[in-house]
Design a protein around this ligand. Structure first.
Ligand SMILES: C[S@@+](CC[C@H](N)C(=O)[O-])C[C@H]1O[C@@H](n2cnc3c(N)ncnc32)[C@H](O)[C@@H]1O
Length: 218
């Protein structure tokens, strides 16, 4: 069966099922709406939270912080864990730091204010989950592949690799522009990689979810 088409009526019904957000997340949603800041929606936020929680992930890596909305959902799933998140834009990085503090994560969130790929090359750490929210901005398929490789290298068996905009508004099925080709390359890399088992969840603009296979003994 095909994925059900989400009518306005069905969306309203689903919106009624998503948990009520606290004042910090509600304010951030309002600001993002007013200022056109591209953040995940609460359905996807709740999914990220649940995935992290189910996987028992404690050390989270994120590419693309914006003002910290998805970061707060991810951190809440860790139950005391940490987030290292990359944001190029100075103003957004500053706002994210304030928002993390407001949400009680001032000491658990590290906002790295630099290009994610440059920063990742230098990062000598391992993580239990990674959320890539930059697939729309890579300049080429090669840089997209490099980001995929750098993230995967930092994940061990049992870790999660997640990426937003995996559907690119449906363009991935027949990519006609560079961004769609980048996302299609990412999806193909994830689907074919021997260390990963994965699925694309058609929520919002599509969330790619992969789990790093446990290492074989010996
Ligand atoms: C889709 S938004 C992230 C939204 C955020 N994850 C959320 O849902 O709350 C992508 C962010 O990545 C930032 N960005 C763009 N290119 C970047 C790069 N090369 N390195 C780091 N951040 C970058 C943008 O400024 C933007 O704020």
């Amino acid at each position: 069966m095909r994925t059900v088409e989400v009518s306005d009526e069905l969306q309203k019904y689903l919106d009624g099922l998503v948990p009520k957000r606290d004042s910090v997340l509600a304010r951030m949603e309002e600001e993002a709406h007013k200022e056109n800041i591209p953040i995940v929606d609460p359905h996807e936020g709740q999914l990220l939270y649940l995935l992290v929680k189910i996987a028992g992930a404690k050390r989270i890596l994120e590419l693309g912080t914006a003002t910290g909305y998805s970061g707060i959902w991810l951190l809440r799933g860790t139950d005391g864990g940490t987030l290292t998140t990359f944001e190029l834009d100075h103003q957004r990085a500053q706002r994210a730091r304030t928002n993390f503090s407001d949400a009680g994560f001032g000491k658990q969130a590290l906002v790295m204010e630099e290009d994610a790929l440059t920063g990742l090359e230098k990062l000598d750490q391992r993580f239990d989950a990674c959320f890539i929210d930059l697939l729309n901005v890579f300049p080429s398929e090669d840089s997209t592949q490099r980001a995929f490789e750098l993230c995967l290298e930092r994940l061990e068996g049992g870790a999660l690799l997640m990426a937003d905009n995996a559907l690119r508004q449906g363009e991935v099925a027949n990519p006609k522009n560079q961004q769609a080709r980048n996302v299609a390359r990412y999806n193909a890399l994830v689907a074919k990689h021997p260390r990963l088992e994965s699925v694309v969840i058609p929520i919002r603009d599509g969330l790619s979810v992969a789990r790093v296979k446990d290492q074989l003994p010996g």
